[in-house]
Ligand binder design. Structure first.
Ligand code: ZN
Length: 246
């Protein structure tokens, strides 16, 4: 099975389309790790596009919860809360219901793979450093756990119960063989709002047969996504940050 793993799309249809074009026919099943909406200007278009691909699994992110009213957004900063309110007002009733009914992570995909939004032990937790990663690796029940939420591509791994380290994903496409006996925690990065200083959209591919994992970056029409945000009346800072990858 070949999985296309995407996270943190954030209503950025231009980035999503570039990812789908690049991934092309290199995948069989789509896994979506949450934050389909929030920040960007095309929440309905993004949800409709994803549903059209019949994803194998979609889990919710914190922005999905805020946009559909499951969370009051009180933990959000001012701009994020504005965007969540804007999104909630524009979602079609069907798409709002879809977000409301999304399951929380972690979800177990097969014997090898599980997915979560923040961490396997808490869907809203941010895994940034080795300490967080050890906790995540210990609580994951599959050898390969994909996560999102931080918008930073990174790989953590542990072998024979000894934490071995981390590697930033990102600037160039990275391919890695998933080894037997090693456990991995992998963030493929964000499709719609990268934050590692590289504005290109990020995603991951994993082939369960060859056990090959690839982290990919793809350029997209940032200016188009920015124009949509400004035309929608969303804060200009949300458009500006896309060009910076921050
Ligand atoms: Zn996010």
């Amino acid at each position: 099975m070949r999985y296309l793993i995407i996270s943190d799309i954030h209503a950025n249809i231009d980035a999503l389309e570039a990812v789908l074009e690049r991934a092309d026919d290199a995948w069989d099943c789509l896994l979506v790790l949450g934050d389909l909406v929030g920040y960007g200007a095309e929440p309905n278009l993004v949800i409709d596009t994803l549903l059209g691909l019949s994803p194998l699994a979609v889990i919710r992110g914190n922005h999905d919860k805020a946009a559909c009213g499951l969370d009051d957004g009180s933990g959000f900063n001012h701009v994020a809360r504005l965007a969540a309110t804007w999104t909630g007002e524009r979602l079609t009733p069907a798409n709002k219901t879809f977000l409301r009914e999304l399951p929380s992570g972690p979800r177990f995909i097969d014997d090898l793979v599980e997915i979560c939004h923040g961490a396997p032990f808490d869907e809203d937790y941010y895994i940034f450093d080795g300490g967080d990663a050890v906790r995540g690796l210990e609580s994951a029940t599959r050898p390969l756990c994909f996560f999102g939420h931080t918008h930073l591509p990174v790989m953590f791994w542990v072998k024979d119960h000894a934490y071995e380290g981390a590697a930033p994903g990102g600037q160039t496409d990275t391919t890695l063989s998933i080894e037997e006996g090693t456990r991995y925690l992998v963030n493929g990065g964000s499709v719609g709002q990268p934050r590692d200083g590289d504005p290109r959209a990020a995603f991951a591919l994993f082939d369960t047969e060859s056990r090959e994992l690839t982290l990919v970056r793809v350029p997209y029409a940032v200016d188009k996504a920015q124009r949509r945000i400004l035309a929608a009346g969303l804060p200009a800072s949300l458009a500006n940050r896309l060009a910076l990858g921050r």
